[in-house]
Design a protein around this ligand. Structure first.
Ligand SMILES: [Zn+2]
Length: 66
């Protein structure tokens, strides 16, 4: 039970291809104009952080009513 993840856990964003710069899965984002790798993935590639979609399924805001 002491298994550890491989060194360098892959960034979660790299599990999908980037829709912005078209970086393939497993590859870091790059600058589309010159192909330079970026230290951080494009926002379009990162999974939605904490902003829930407005589907109405999110817990209601109690006390937000006027
Ligand atoms: Zn990208």
């Amino acid at each position: 039970m002491t298994e550890r993840p491989a060194r360098r856990p892959q960034h979660p964003s790299r599990t999908v291809a980037c829709p912005h710069c078209h970086a393939p899965i497993g590859q870091p984002c790059v600058v589309p104009s010159n192909g330079r790798p970026l230290p951080n993935p494009h926002e379009a590639r990162t999974p939605t952080p904490t902003t829930p979609a407005q589907t109405g399924a999110w817990p209601p805001k109690n006390g937000d009513a006027s």
